[in-house]
Design a protein around this ligand. Structure first.
Ligand SMILES: [Zn+2]
Length: 394
């Protein structure tokens, strides 16, 4: 792939963080966005995108696998496959997410994620590790095998952080597990965000964990105590806390459209992160797959354990955006932000990633009118294209 120093992207619709800019020219220089103009300012090559929409490169904070590969394979080749596969859907960065397994397998997976986070990947970049596993409650275990659940200790946290070579960004836990109250501030001091999930915690327990420094809720409503009028549960607590982020799986199956509307009314777009929670079956046909230590059956794209619990998804973020817009009746700009700017802010990367703005990295998802991603650009370079015109330009 040839590195082009400077060029314009010209399109009818460019999705900025607060509006859709019509007929814009984005100046890309040395991998960064150097200007957004109504007319070209200098005489350089222009990639004409016509009716294609230019979105910011998307960020998936919670993804387990794709195309038959799983983060738990603990193999660089698996992470590379996932990286390339995600680029086909406009994703430029992701947190490689584990699932409950043996302690040894978990550490092996963290160590490969740590390696991947420090190197150039073929498509979407590994922005860090997300530990979803090990420290959960049996009542809402979902697709996590409780045989492998462990007590949360400072030593175990230190071992995960060290195995991941410091790339651990999120640790999910049930706030009612022993030690949570003391270890949440400790994780925060290490720069690791705590997300609450796979939990039977009540309102008060969840509020305590949020007060102690937890950042929000893992796939809100799924795998947690829901809202009862005498106990608003974990879902109620993370939704009503203004600072808490909530992950949302907008596949039309995990959450009813009315619940999507309710989440949006309570949080607006600023604290919602669209996640895929995609498993290794993503991109493949229906069938039997393995998620961590459990078999999972995928029918019509919906993944469930053999006992019937939803087990991740086969969703991609470009479709999550479209679903949220259609099911909850919100604006495209808001839905796109939930899959780009909000995750970038969550990770503390919004200075350089997450939206189309001057001085940020030139990362774009280029989609047609149906939301189908035609090309993905990372730091000014093409990492995926199914358009001959776009490929030829690079
Ligand atoms: Zn998950």
């Amino acid at each position: 792939m040839q590195l082009i120093d400077a060029y314009y992207l010209s399109a009818r619709s460019v999705y900025l963080e607060d509006k859709i800019k019509k007929n814009a020219f984005i100046l890309v220089k040395n991998g960064k966005i150097a200007g957004i103009h109504d007319q070209p300012q200098i005489d350089i090559r222009i990639l004409e995108l016509g009716n294609y929409k230019v979105l910011p490169g998307l960020i998936d904070l919670h993804i387990h696998g794709r195309d038959g590969c799983d983060v738990m394979d603990a193999k660089m080749s698996s992470l590379e496959t996932i990286s390339s596969s995600l680029a086909r859907y406009g994703i430029v960065g992701f947190l490689a997410t584990t699932v409950t397994s043996s302690w040894e397998k978990s550490l092996a997976a963290f160590s490969v994620i740590g390696e991947a986070a420090g190197k150039q990947m073929p498509g979407a970049q590994v922005l860090g590790a997300y530990n979803e596993g090990l420290f959960f409650s049996n009542e809402h275990k979902g697709a996590h095998n409780e045989q492998f659940f462990l007590t949360l200790t400072k030593e175990r946290i230190d071992q995960i952080v060290s195995a991941s070579n410091g790339s651990l960004k999120v640790l999910a836990m049930a706030p009612e597990v022993d030690g949570a109250a003391d270890l949440i501030p400790y994780l925060k001091s290490l720069g690791v965000r705590v997300m609450l999930g796979h939990t039977n915690a009540n309102w008060a327990q969840t509020c305590c964990a949020l007060d102690a420094g937890a950042s929000g809720g893992v796939h809100v409503f799924n795998g947690m105590s829901g809202i009862h009028h005498r106990d608003p549960g974990c879902a109620g607590a993370v939704l009503l806390n203004d600072d808490a982020f909530v992950e949302v799986i907008a596949d039309g199956v995990h959450l009813h459209p009315a619940i999507l509307r309710m989440i949006y009314r309570l949080k607006d777009s600023k604290k919602i992160t669209l996640i895929s929670d995609c498993i290794n079956a993503g991109g493949l046909n229906d069938g039997i797959y393995r998620l961590g230590e459990l078999d999972v059956k995928v029918e019509q794209g919906v993944a469930r354990t053999l006992k019937g619990s939803l087990a991740g998804s086969t969703l991609t973020l470009n479709r999550a955006i479209e679903n949220f817009v259609n099911l909850a009746g919100i604006s495209e700009v808001d839905a796109i932000n939930m899959a780009s700017l909000v995750p970038a802010k969550f990770l503390g990367l919004a200075d350089s990633l997450g939206s189309i703005a001057v001085n940020k990295r030139a990362c774009f998802a280029i989609a047609d009118e149906t939301g189908d991603v035609q090309a993905t650009i990372l730091d000014g370079n093409l990492v995926f294209s199914k358009s001959e015109t776009i490929s030829a330009f690079f």
